[in-house]
Design a protein around this ligand. Structure first.
Ligand SMILES: *Cc1c(COP(=O)(O)O)cnc(C)c1O
Length: 428
């Protein structure tokens, strides 16, 4: 029989084995909490794109309707009289968002959107000097991150082609070796003002060793920030303990908070009160004690909340509130444990079903990935992803020859992985 070892379990290719894993899954009931899109035949899709847009929790509708109801009934009085008063709505997220990213409650704030927060953070934490002005980024980072970083460099009068150091895999390799990152930081760290990496690379699915990178980079005097778009709700994060300076994330991918949903932001406690840091300020970042005194001078409140600009975006925040409750109920540790098992299982099945025709770009080591597998399927990747959709699986095509699949521990099943592998087998 075709079997393989993983640190956790010996996998088998049979349907019975998939069903057994589902029966043993302590998180299995969470699938019931989500709407699963259906095919024209009424069958649930094998939804493998939770890394792009997470599914809608069933409780989200009631959470949003609560705010619509209070708006209808109370108008402006809802700021203080709504069931969840809007005035302090962002404070609801202190504990649950902090748990997801491994932070203290004062170190996180939910606001704006990801790219906006990235700019706000770089305004404060990219402080180039003539000797130290470079930014270390992944080569081929997500376009929005490239534009944000490049435009920040230009804003400070630097040519991005000079200021940006791209991290590349070695020739013939798909992912970046930690040793190469470390060597680069040790040899060129004194030129680098800011290390700005994705916690998980969106294309390859590689998860970086953020703890080690942060330690080495800070030893060299660099500031360290992460874009956690593909890491929040996916990996076990310990941003506080790792001493990360800042981080940003979106909430519509693994965090299931709806299209274009509100963003998240982490600022380490050591910067909680840092009047010397330049920042783009708005009234909601002001000390709440004096906010309505409408004074001309800005007095930032302590912690990440001091970077807020505007009053809380209640409707997307209501969706985020409902979605985060499920993360509190399931727990990131349990989710990650299932995720390693489920992704390892899908990897085992895809290897078997593709018969050597497909290459998995994502690292084989579970510690170096989240739940996404990026599979190089060849030049007809787009057609293949469309064919999969017709057959009942939603996957993500990435130019030119890759499909990305993310079995999400919150709502995907082992049977999903099994059925997807049968589809690959048939196509191959
Ligand atoms: C999804 C994603 C974005 C999207 O940015 P928005 O500001 O939310 O539109 C940016 N960067 C990365 C790495 C992403 O994965």
């Amino acid at each position: 029989m075709n079997t393989a070892s993983s640190p956790i379990v010996e996998y088998h290719p049979s349907l019975e084995f998939a069903l057994e894993l589902d029966r043993m899954d302590p998180l299995a009931s969470f699938r019931e909490e989500y709407h699963i899109p259906r095919t024209v035949d009424g069958e649930p899709f094998i939804y493998l794109t939770g890394n792009s847009l997470g599914l809608m929790p069933k409780r989200t509708r009631a959470a949003v309707e609560q705010e619509l109801h209070d708006w209808a009934e109370l108008g402006v009085e809802g700021h203080f009289e709504a069931k969840n008063p809007w005035y302090g709505y962002h404070e609801i997220f202190r504990e649950p968002a902090a748990r997801v990213v491994g932070a203290n409650p004062g170190e996180v704030v939910v606001m704006n959107t990801l790219t906006t927060n990235l700019h706000l953070m770089m305004t404060s934490f990219y402080r180039p000097t003539p000797e130290r002005y470079r930014i270390l980024v992944e080569d081929g980072a997500f376009p929005s991150d490239q534009y944000a970083v490049g435009s920040q460099a230009r804003f400070h009068g630097h040519d991005p082609a000079d200021a940006i150091i791209p991290l590349r895999p070695r020739d013939g390799e798909n992912t970046i070796r930690m040793d190469d990152i470390e060597r680069l930081l040790v040899t060129r760290g004194n030129e680098i003002a800011l290390v700005m990496l994705g916690g998980v690379n969106y294309y390859t699915g590689q998860a970086f060793d953020m703890e080690r990178i942060t330690a080495v980079a800070r030893q060299q005097g660099c500031v360290v920030g992460y874009d956690l778009a593909h890491a929040a709700g996916n990996l076990r994060l310990r941003l506080h303990d790792w001493n990360v300076d800042f981080a940003v994330w979106c909430t519509y991918k693994y965090l299931n908070s709806g299209p274009g949903g509100v963003g998240g932001c982490f600022v380490h406690e050591r910067h909680a009160f840092a009047p010397e840091l330049p920042r783009f300020a708005g009234w909601w970042g002001n000390d709440p004690q004096s906010r309505f005194e409408m004074r001309p001078e800005f007095v930032p409140q302590h912690g990440a909340a001091g970077w807020q600009l505007s009053n809380a975006q209640i409707l997307p925040m209501a969706a985020h509130k409902a979605a985060l409750e499920l993360f509190t109920e399931a727990g990131m540790d349990a989710l990650r444990t299932k995720s390693e098992l489920l992704t390892g299982y899908l990897e085992f099945l895809v290897d078997g079903a593709s018969n050597g025709r497909f290459e998995i770009l994502t690292p084989r080591n579970p510690a170096e990935r989240g739940c996404q597998l990026s599979i190089r399927v060849g030049s007809d990747a787009r057609r293949l992803s469309e064919q999969m959709k017709c057959e009942g699986a939603i996957v993500d095509f990435r130019h030119p020859d890759v499909i990305r699949v993310a079995p999400v521990p919150m709502y995907n099943t082992f049977q999903d992985a099994w059925r997807f592998a049968r589809m690959i087998e048939k196509i191959v």
